[in-house]
Design a protein around this ligand. Structure first.
Ligand code: ATP
Length: 443
């Protein structure tokens, strides 16, 4: 099964979706840069999330809070004290691991061996704080310490009264945010699954206490459906409610949307009932009134909060793994050939339309350019005239382009083009004049 991981990592690198950061210097461990197609795919993922969770709703608004955050925020939220992972060190090779991850690899007798050297002895677990620290200003002393946020959530909590006032929203309502978060992970890895710098899409949905269980169930279902609507295989998704002892310090309940990655079932997204923990903590620490005035009930209270949170990068890996397939296709000669397809949902596909002149013939090129100019303002498109047409189709299949438009010699006489659909490979001939309307309808 790790073949799939290798195939997808290699495709991502070969086609400029993601590659190792600073590769010319040998790279930085578990740090990745996104190339041209990765940028488009990420934008489409964010847009799909924003559309479902903000644009199409009346009860959610957005915020973009600062990444570098006052230590007071992390003091109050409990992150300075409790945002730890248990770190152990192999006494033989001195490699460090996250203890809870190591435990997962225990054999039937409960014995854990070092994944690096096979040693069986580890140091006692030490609590390791995951926050990335930096210094503001020229003097690196305690007063200058600031933190890169390990979650975007606190930006929603500390801005709750300000946003509630300007958006004039009644409960229940949510604040959504998409942005980078940073965690000094002990064991990053599995390509972009776990990295130290990653992007989150999070929402804090504020509700009246007592209605929180209901809203929690609502968001668990909504978030699961988001993946299904974007075409992720149903049998590879499941919900896993957390046991009480694994709940984060702020949560009353949590359920993960898990995906069956090639390296096992893992959290793709977490939905948590954070109660009024955070607002309460910030109210106490700041001395500001963070309560909400319920006009109908004529009372003030601290709302409870339901939080769905997912990483853009982890979602991207999921979409890639789930969409990747290699299939046999019949050739014109009567035998079969293999093609690699990224069966991405059309909303996610980085390139929506490719325009391909049959050849670089001097009469075809201007016509193909004209067709490209028609589609370019509507979608992210690509013009490709390099190589045999069959190979160019394969190149587009491999990155999930839903439609290829071919301009051939007949196009010069009949003003028509051939549109080929990615999955069925069905080809349809239609007038250039109808092309944009046709594609709009399909996309
Ligand atoms: P874990 O226990 O696996 O370290 P977590 O439960 O602490 O993860 P959350 O705090 O719930 O993770 O983060 C919400 C979401 O953000 C995760 O479901 C995941 O999609 C994403 N995420 C968290 N940490 C990372 C990371 N280091 N790299 C990439 N994505 C991450």
């Amino acid at each position: 099964m790790t073949d799939l991981m290798e195939a997808v990592t290699s495709l991502a690198k070969r086609r400029g979706i993601a590659f190792q950061s600073a590769e010319i210097y040998g790279g930085l461990r578990s740090s990745w840069d996104y190339g041209p197609l990765g940028v488009e795919l990420r934008r489409n993922i964010r847009n799909a999330w924003w559309r479902a969770n903000v644009q199409l709703r009346d009860d959610v608004v957005g915020v973009e809070a600062a990444v570098i955050t006052s230590p007071k925020v992390w003091q109050a939220s409990g992150h300075l004290e409790t945002f730890h992972d248990p770190l152990v060190e192999c006494t033989n090779c001195h490699q460090r691991f996250r203890e809870d991850h190591l435990q997962l690899s225990a054999n039937a007798d409960g014995i854990v061996l070092c994944p690096n050297c096979g040693g069986a002895e580890f140091t006692e677990p030490k609590q390791f704080n995951l926050m990335l620290k930096t210094f503001l200003g020229p003097i690196e002393d305690d007063d200058a310490i600031a933190y890169l946020r390990p979650e975007t959530a606190q930006g929603m909590f500390v801005n709750f009264p300000a946003i509630q006032a300007v958006a004039r929203k009644k409960l229940p309502f949510g604040i959504a945010q998409v942005g980078k978060s940073f965690r000094n992970e002990i064991t990053p890895g599995n390509f972009i699954f776990r990295t130290r710098e990653f992007e989150q899409m999070e929402m804090e949905f504020f509700v009246e206490p007592g209605t929180d269980d209901e809203w929690f169930a609502y968001w668990v279902e909504r978030r699961m459906n988001w993946y299904l609507d974007l075409g992720v295989s149903k049998e590879k998704l499941r919900l896993r409610p957390h046991e009480t002892e694994e709940l984060a310090h702020y949560a009353k309940a949590a359920t993960d949307v898990e995906y069956e990655f090639p390296f096992g079932w893992q959290e793709l997204e977490g939905i948590a009932n954070r109660t009024d923990f955070d607002l309460n903590a910030h109210q106490a620490a700041s001395g500001e009134d963070l309560t909400y005035f319920d006009q109908e009930k004529e009372e003030r209270y601290l709302p409870f909060v339901i939080e769905p949170a997912v990483g853009v990068d982890r979602a991207l890996l999921t979409f890639l793994l789930d969409a990747y397939r290699v299939e046999e296709v019949p050739t014109a000669k009567g035998d079969t050939d293999k093609r690699t397809v990224l069966g991405l949902h059309r909303d996610l596909a980085p390139i929506k339309v490719a325009v391909l002149p049959l050849s670089r013939n001097e009469k075809l090129v201007p016509e193909a350019r004209r067709v490209h100019d028609l589609v370019k303002p509507e979608w992210i498109t690509q013009y490709d005239d390099a190589g045999a047409i069959g190979r160019r189709y394969r190149r587009q299949d491999e990155v999930g382009t839903p439609f290829c438009v071919t301009v051939d010699f007949d196009s010069l006489d009949d003003a028509q083009v051939t549109v080929r659909e990615r999955d069925s490979m069905a080809q349809e001939r239609l007038p250039i004049a109808n092309l944009v309307a046709y594609l709009k309808d399909q996309l």
